[in-house]
Design a binder for this molecule. Structure first.
Ligand code: KG4
Ligand code: ZN
Length: 341
């Protein structure tokens, strides 16, 4: 078994995993702390992680005799937040004489579609290679998942992440933070239709990179012109149409680039991960896309696996342990806020 910790952003999480099975996973979300600031405040995140890390790790310690190694996310993420998890992992590793395994947060999101519950469900065997679409508040990436622990990034955002773009639009509409789920609900109520045809930057470029800041800016000026920002947007009846149209522009871009990646690589199996993948409409569009290519898409099988969690980190760590990829000198493990796959 592996005891895993993730403190990369605004969730404090610890898990116990057994191969791909999750024995327990604890998440302490900081959403309520950051809500009033409209985004994650690093110093507040660090403090909250420090205040809660022991509480979150505690249930996992009941398994300490069966634990073979301690795994921890060392990047990418907020430096001072990552540090809290790393220090705790080092402490546990020394105290209980367990090996230490450093895991990338995005590796975790890639494996999140393969995580199983306690009983080993869903079964899902690995059939490499996969394309992986990772869409969260901090990242938007297309990756070839070639084999265990082997990744090649083929597309990434050149500016904002898709989740960040949704969050910023929600903020402009006065819908609070984080905004992805609220926008999903609003869009649903108008059948996810596109009323405004906002711009889809880089959709025609030949590469697989994404861009969302142009859309965000276009949206801002649209609202400004119509005098519709903040509270005024909330009372405006067109808010659902605005939210739905904006979401359509973001998802259109994700779908088009994923389709280009299928055509370029010939890979027709898609694995997914990240908070935005919780969106049911996006899931539907991805299913339709993969059907078109006689392929298939897999999603994180349980809701908590879309967002940040330590369980996915523990599952990656199991493959690292099998390949003896462990931290040789505990003192040298450092946070890597800009770590890339
Ligand atoms: O993976 P995650 O929990 O944290 C990061 O590592 O960033 O992703 C958070 C992002 C936020 O931008 C949030 O608005 C978005 O995921 N999100 C959604 C939904 N639920 C969360 N976006 C679209 N639809 C949702 N249902
Ligand atoms: Zn994440």
């Amino acid at each position: 078994m592996i005891l895993a910790i993730d403190t990369s952003c605004d969730e404090t999480s610890a898990a116990v995993t057994d191969k791909r099975r999750v024995i327990l996973n604890t998440i302490y979300s900081q959403v309520l702390i950051h809500k009033k600031w409209g985004g994650v405040v690093p110093s507040l995140a660090r403090r909250a992680h420090m205040e809660r890390i022991d509480l979150v790790v505690q249930p996992a310690l009941e398994y300490i005799n069966k634990i073979e190694a301690i795994a921890v996310t060392y990047g990418p993420g907020l430096a001072i937040a990552l540090e809290v998890g790393i220090l705790k992992a080092k402490e546990l590793s020394k105290k209980y004489h367990k090996r230490l395994i450093a895991v990338g947060h995005m590796e975790g999101h890639i494996y999140s579609s393969f995580v199983q519950n306690r009983k080993g469900n869903p079964k899902r065997d690995f059939k490499f290679p996969y394309l992986a679409l990772l869409v969260s508040g901090g990242h938007t990436e297309l990756v070839i998942f070639k084999n265990h622990l082997q990744y090649e990034i083929v597309g990434r955002t050149v500016d904002d992440a898709a989740g960040e773009a949704l969050d910023k639009a929600a903020k402009m509409l006065g819908l609070g933070y984080p905004g992805g789920a609220v926008i999903e609900r609003m869009a649903n109520e108008v059948d996810n239709r596109d009323f405004h045809n906002f711009p889809r930057p880089m959709i025609r470029s030949k590469n697989l990179d994404f861009s969302f800041s142009g859309l965000k800016t276009a949206f801002y000026y649209y609202l400004k012109e119509k005098n519709l920002t903040g509270e005024k947007a909330v009372v405006n009846t067109n808010i659902k149409e605005l939210a739905s149209s904006y979401q359509a522009a973001v998802f259109d871009t994700l779908i088009k680039k994923t389709e280009m990646a299928i055509q370029k690589t010939g890979i027709t199996q898609l694995a997914t991960g990240g908070g935005v993948i919780a969106n049911q409409y996006l899931r539907k569009k991805l299913r339709q896309l993969m059907n078109k290519y006689d392929g298939n898409v897999i999603f994180p099988p349980y809701k908590y696996l879309n967002g940040d969690n330590a369980a996915m980190i523990g599952v990656v760590a199991d493959y690292k342990l099998k390949n003896n990829i462990v931290v040789s000198d505990i003192g040298t493990l450092d946070r890597q806020p800009r770590l890339s796959l």
